[in-house]
Design a protein around this ligand. Structure first.
Ligand SMILES: NC(=O)C1=CN([C@@H]2O[C@H](COP(=O)(O)OP(=O)(O)OC[C@H]3O[C@@H](n4cnc5c(N)ncnc54)[C@H](OP(=O)(O)O)[C@@H]3O)[C@@H](O)[C@H]2O)C=CC1
Ligand SMILES: O=C1O[C@H](COP(=O)(O)O)[C@@H](O)[C@H](O)[C@H]1O
Length: 541
């Protein structure tokens, strides 16, 4: 295809994206104008905190700037600290990335914000919050969205007080956005769900899992169910193994106090990776409606067998004393708030089996780790070996005695979103049938040049305004996800599973790769394990 053709496709895609944004804006504004100006109030509880400054305020600004919020939406921060809107904006400035030509719009956005200081357990403080909301919007029936950017320890009292003191008058609605972690295990999660259900209908609760807002995670449904070529092979007959990988090249970076109570299984696997698994493995939903999709996700999670201890590998990183980067020299135990004898895993791999007709016998390997050699999240669908490899002799003739490589479909969630299919082709220009492993490559940065991919939080907060629950976690999904990891968590707690040390910056843990191989996943990278398991590697996988 000529570069001109590519450019015109690019322009068409861009136009289409603009069109979609325009439609969204119209839709949003229709919601807004249906109930008049100043009809929505967005509350940030925990406005003084880390999530508020890094994600929530920047996201609200971007949505406002791009015209996605209903007209006249007001924003109220709430926390115990005696701070001001100026202080909140100063803290968030680094993340908001306001451009020179946006300054005027930004100033307008700021005037729509206010802040109330109060406790998390006193009714009168929440009364004051409501008074401020009524005063700002000049109508007691404005719709109210509450974002709980708070430690889980106060979810209980805060949610109760919101329900008792901050409900809008009819016809205004209330939506409560709850951040993870939703509990620490099945029991505490059920307790939290029970508590919330006393004060809110399921309709009102939005349990956020920001991975559901990522472009490539949302693309799984389209790839799976709009391509005959994929839907035909999406089963145990064709697929040998599935691996979902989450890697970070940073440690806990001062969040060790929080992390130590949870560990990587609760922080990433029970939620983000389990959500991806359920979308990858579910049956075709009846429609794209949120409830139909969530029904199928729960159904497949119900077929997941308890994870066996021998299919679990966990580890904890230690500092790389030879690294030039001072951050890499620090191990997990050096992080603030982490007890010196902590055995909390910062790396984990579990192998999940799904006992149903489509997937019996196919391992789903979920692997997550902090302080590794790169930041990456991806899904690899590995297809079965070609039966009766007739090319063997030809490969040998060209001096490359090896098995035919398996086909693999890779969805790279981040960074640099991509979908590529690894397959074998004839090595161009050579005589005979020598094989080249290559890719059909849909790298978004190349194919969709200039198309803006919104941040996950932008999509999800917008979903809440629109009342769409497709990308939020329902209580029964949550319960199933906890049921699956609960026995592993108990084994870890009882120290039944060894915690393997790994060096900051390494590719991972050898034992995890061995377990994956035992289950039939063929590692296709070129990394060779050395005697010292933790050698830093340039290898990518
Ligand atoms: N930070 C992040 O990147 C992410 C966070 N999350 C989740 O979002 C929620 C908020 O996280 P984050 O912003 O990091 O949390 P913070 O620790 O920054 O807490 C938010 C605010 O809550 C108040 N607070 C802190 N500790 C306590 C306490 N022990 N008791 C009562 N109030 C307290 C503080 O406000 P004040 O003292 O002013 O009242 C603080 O500013 C958590 O559930 C977290 O798991 C999820 C994904 C990523
Ligand atoms: O929820 C979490 O996710 C982040 C990683 O998010 P990403 O969008 O940057 O991939 C992780 O660092 C954090 O520990 C966890 O709580």
């Amino acid at each position: 295809m000529s570069s001109n053709t590519f450019e015109s496709i690019g322009a068409a895609i861009h136009e289409k994206a603009d069109c979609i944004y325009e439609r969204l804006r119209t839709q949003i504004n229709r919601i807004g104008s249906a109930s008049g100006p100043n009809s929505h109030i967005f509350f940030v509880l925990g406005a003084s905190g880390d999530l508020a400054k890094k994600k929530i305020y920047p996201t609200l600004w971007w949505l406002y700037r791009d015209g996605f919020l209903p007209e006249g939406t007001r924003f109220i921060g709430y926390a115990r600290s005696q701070i001001t809107v100026d202080k909140i904006f100063e803290n968030a400035a680094k993340y908001m990335k306001v451009q020179e030509d946006e300054k005027e719009t930004f100033a307008k956005f700021k005037t729509l914000n206010s802040y109330v200081a109060g406790s998390y357990d006193k009714g009168e403080d929440f009364e004051r919050l409501t008074n401020e909301a009524n005063h700002l919007s000049k109508q007691e029936s404005a719709h109210r969205l509450f974002y709980l950017a708070l430690p889980p320890s106060v979810y209980g009292s805060v949610s109760e007080l919101i329900s008792k003191h901050c409900r809008p008058k009819s016809p205004g609605w209330l939506r409560l956005i709850v951040e993870k972690p939703f509990g620490k295990d099945l029991q505490s999660s059920n307790k939290l769900s029970e508590h919330l259900s006393k004060f809110f209908s399921e309709e009102e609760i939005y349990r956020i899992d920001h991975y559901l807002g990522k472009e490539m995670v949302q693309n799984i449904i389209v790839l799976r169910f709009s391509n005959q070529i994929l839907s035909r092979v999406w089963n145990r007959d064709s697929i040998a193994a599935v691996i979902i990988i989450f890697k970070e090249d940073i440690g806990t970076q001062g969040r060790g106090g929080y992390f130590d109570e949870f560990g990587i299984l609760r922080d990433v696997i029970q939620n983000h990776l389990m959500q991806i698994l359920s979308i990858l493995a579910m049956e075709k939903p009846r429609s794209t409606k949120g409830e139909d999709i969530r029904n199928e996700k729960v159904k497949v999670l119900r077929c997941v067998a308890p994870i066996k201890p021998e299919d679990v590998v966990i580890g904890q990183y230690y500092g790389d004393k030879d690294s030039k980067d001072p951050e890499h020299q620090k191990g997990y135990l050096d992080d603030d708030g982490v007890p010196k004898d902590s055995t909390t895993p910062t790396y984990a791999q579990v192998v999940v089996s799904i006992n149903n007709e489509r997937w019996a016998g196919v391992p789903f390997i979920l692997r997550a780790g902090k302080a590794l050699n790169e930041k990456k999240a991806e899904i690899r669908i590995q297809f079965r070996d070609v039966p009766g490899d007739m090319f063997d002799d030809d490969n040998r003739a060209s001096g490359e005695s090896k098995k035919l490589s398996r086909d693999e479909l890779v969805m790279r969630v981040q960074p640099n979103e991509a979908v590529y299919l690894k397959l074998n082709t004839k090595r161009p220009g050579e005589m005979g049938f020598s094989i080249d492993e290559t890719e059909l490559d849909l790298t978004y940065g190349e194919r969709y040049k200039g198309v803006k991919l919104p941040d996950a939080y932008e999509r999800l907060i917008l979903d809440v305004f629109m009342g769409s629950k497709i990308n939020f976690v329902r209580s029964d999904e949550l319960e199933e996800a906890w049921r699956i990891v609960d026995p592993v968590l108990a084994d870890i707690e009882k120290k039944k599973i060894p915690v393997i040390p790994y060096k900051f910056g390494s590719i991972g843990i050898r034992e995890a790769f061995d377990v994956a191989a035992k289950h039939g996943y063929v590692f296709r990278g070129t990394y060779v394990w050395k005697d010292e398991r933790t050698t830093k590697s340039e290898e990518k996988n």
